[in-house]
Design a protein around this ligand. Structure first.
Ligand code: NCD
Length: 490
């Protein structure tokens, strides 16, 4: 009857225009990021404190019929409160689950089920979770837009929007800007989203990691391979480690990362002063060892001539890595950076919910940097697993829901193929060309190597199961394809 009809129509939301989820900074095109900034700037012009131009002090009624759910499985101050303030300043309302101990997570409920339930209670969800890839999994189960408020050490895209907006308020263009990133580059999710964006907008990145806390290899590799960064040694005469190098973005995005861009004066960039230094805290909750040597940014550090005009940024919270004595330094802009969380998040929410009358802003509904790679979705309980132990697919609570799922990626020379986890975006590399084997579940046979898969559409990968090795495939009951042929021939 009627009730049934209402129920099934609610489940038919798939037929509506696709729901946008902001899980990675790479879910937004550069143009969309610019649009967010224009809208944020508009809110500041309209609603800022008359004495403090970066502080939103008044509200609009734009979101008066909308509800934001904040679902936080990890501590947060700025992200949750600035999202909730943003929603209130838009005239909307909030529902919050900020303590896993008092939600059904404590009873063992999966994230997948929680999202299926609460996405029927609200119009947009912001989620923070200790597992890498949790926000992508949540998005798969949500009826409404999911915004990633930080997932493990993977990404924190809205922090990056605040960071870029702050940099933009200082400089007109990010192109040719040189940004130093200091501290725990491995564990900091803010850094991972930030470096992708810096590369995409043409900035030069100068990594200053704490010992052993360099950018994760898969992030560094994406900077080079996907975002066309070129590695330039800071000290060409010394054979230093990979970290003693800058990432310079080529002007022409199609240029291969190994070919120097003739328009870039690399020597000049190496010598160029730093425009901003971005400091991060030791992410101790993501490391087993709690006490490690860590760089401190203080007046002495910033006394180096190359930092004389550098804005000092920090996503906060700070612990010991950023001296409080710097708060009165003219270069310190971290509290302003945190204040921008409100207009920037107001802009993002209002665009995702299509709340603007201006029709051109409704175009904020495409432009995802869609992966061009085929996706291999594996049946649950068999085949190759994501190698990242903190990935959401490794979470015992999600096992029933979270199948391993990978992009199949071939390098430009078509020599080499790898799998990248769709959730945490960690790559599984092949050590030898034929390390993986691909099994055909209808024929019960397998053959070595992934290479052929990268050129197939996702549709054609459905009956396949990938194993890490021949012995895994044999243990699962498959036999080599060539054996089959020989048997038939004989
Ligand atoms: C960051 C985070 O949660 O990743 N905090 C924030 O949202 N500003 C940074 C941090 O915790 O170090």
């Amino acid at each position: 009857g009627r009730a049934n009809w209402a129920y099934s129509s609610a489940l038919m939301t798939k037929a509506l225009p696709p729901t946008r989820h902001i899980v990675s900074i790479n879910d937004l095109s550069n143009k969309e990021i610019e649009t967010i900034f224009e809208v944020a700037q508009g809110f500041l012009q309209e609603l800022a404190d008359s004495h403090i131009p970066y502080r939103i002090a008044r509200s609009t009624g734009l979101a008066s019929k909308s509800i934001l759910a904040s679902l936080f499985y990890e501590p947060s101050t700025r992200t949750r409160l600035s999202f909730e303030t943003a929603m209130l300043r838009l005239g909307g309302a909030n529902i919050t689950s900020a303590d896993p101990a008092v939600s059904s997570a404590a009873k063992g409920e999966s994230l997948a089920d929680t999202i299926r339930v609460i996405s029927n209670y609200c119009d947009v969800v912001v989620i923070r979770h200790p597992r890498d890839g949790a926000a992508r999994l949540a998005a798969e189960y949500s009826q409404v837009p999911v915004i990633n408020g930080g997932d493990g050490s993977h990404e924190h895209p809205t922090q990056t929007l605040c960071d870029l907006f702050t940099l933009r308020s200082k400089k007109k263009s990010l192109r040719n800007m040189k940004v130093a990133i200091s501290g725990d580059l491995k564990g900091s999710r803010t850094i991972h989203s930030f470096v992708y964006a810096l590369a995409r907008f043409g900035a030069t990145i100068d990594p200053l990691p704490a010992p052993g806390m360099e950018l994760p290899e898969h992030v560094a590799r994406r900077l080079r391979e996907e975002f066309h960064c070129q590695m330039v040694s800071k000290a060409p005469d010394q054979v230093g480690g990979a970290i003693d190098a800058l990432y310079v973005t080529a002007d022409q995005p199609h240029q291969l990362s190994l070919i120097p861009d003739p328009d870039i004066d690399y020597g000049l960039l190496v010598q160029k002063k730093i425009d901003a230094v971005y400091v991060t805290r030791f992410q101790k909750e993501r490391w087993a060892e709690k006490d490690r040597p860590y760089p401190k940014v203080d007046a002495e550090f910033l006394g180096q001539p190359k930092f004389s005009e550098a804005s000092v940024m920090h996503p906060l919270p700070r612990v010991n890595e950023l001296d409080a004595a710097l708060d009165s330094d003219r270069r310190a802009i971290y509290f302003q950076q945190a204040a921008y969380g409100v207009p920037v998040r107001m802009a993002l929410i209002s665009l995702l919910l299509h709340l603007h009358k201006n029709k051109s802003l409704h175009q904020f509904s495409g432009g995802f940097a869609k992966p061009e790679h085929p996706i291999y979705a594996q049946p649950i309980g068999t085949g190759v697993t994501c190698g990242n132990r903190n990935c959401i697919v490794a979470d015992p609570a999600e096992r029933q829901y979270a199948a391993n799922k990978f992009y199949v990626i071939e390098d430009e020379a078509r020599q080499h193929c790898k799998l990248r986890c769709v959730y945490c975006e960690t790559d599984i590399e092949q050590e030898t060309a034929d390390q993986f084997v691909v099994s055909d579940s209808t024929r019960k046979t397998f053959s070595p190597g992934l290479r052929a898969l990268a050129r197939l559409p996702t549709e054609r990968l459905k009956h396949l199961i990938i194993y890490r090795s021949v012995s895994d495939a044999v243990a699962a009951g498959f036999q080599p394809r060539d054996n089959g042929k020989k048997a038939r021939a004989g």
